[in-house]
Design a protein around this ligand. Structure first.
Ligand SMILES: [Zn+2]
Length: 92
């Protein structure tokens, strides 16, 4: 039996909300809510693509703005992979 890290109440593996304190299990905490896989993929893959693709198609440039965008995209991708490896965690 697992325990909620916030209130230490027992929670089952299937629980996505702590019955005692309302903590939520998810992959990402955003805007005061725990978010699932869809949100993680949107955040970690679509945003990086949206940031980098315009540079590749419109600017054809590899100047500083591109590398800044690429760094942000890479950071988000690494963050996403790390969240996937760790698995869902509790947020409150
Ligand atoms: Zn709890």
């Amino acid at each position: 039996m697992a325990h909620c890290p916030y209130c230490l109440s027992p929670v089952s593996k299937k629980d996505v909300v702590c019955p005692a304190c309302g903590a939520e299990k998810g992959y990402l905490y955003f805007n005061r809510r725990s978010r699932g896989l869809v949100f993680l993929f949107a955040f970690g893959l679509l945003i990086p693509l949206a940031v980098v693709l315009p540079f590749l198609f419109y600017f054809q440039g590899m100047g500083l703005p591109f590398w800044l965008a690429a760094t942000v995209a890479l950071g988000l991708a690494i963050f996403t992979i790390q969240r996937l490896v760790v698995g869902p965690t509790w947020y409150r």
